[in-house]
Design a binder for this molecule. Structure first.
Ligand code: SF4
Length: 75
């Protein structure tokens, strides 16, 4: 997502942060991909950042308890 936005260095840094999330707190790969796919189609996404909360969605989606911050959450 950040990678596609031309932010390779940032994408690497975010991937490192995701890797630090303990396994028991991490969303499964399928859930993670589903969440990011929804973000990709969302008007609030700006270069890998959620315009509603300012988070990198790749980190937010990776946390098992993460949620979409929209008033009507999309995931
Ligand atoms: S509002 Fe929700 S779906 Fe949209 S970018 Fe933010 S986290 Fe993703």
């Amino acid at each position: 997502m950040l990678e596609q936005a031309g932010e390779a260095d940032l994408a690497k840094s975010v991937a490192e942060r995701v890797a630090l999330i303990p396994k028991e707190n991490k969303a499964g790969e399928k859930l993670y991909r589903e969440r990011l796919e929804i973000c990709r189609g969302c008007d609030s996404l700006i270069s890998g950042v959620c315009g509603r909360c300012g988070c990198y969605v790749e980190i937010r989606a990776a946390r098992l308890t993460g949620h979409c911050p929209a008033a009507k959450p999309l995931w």
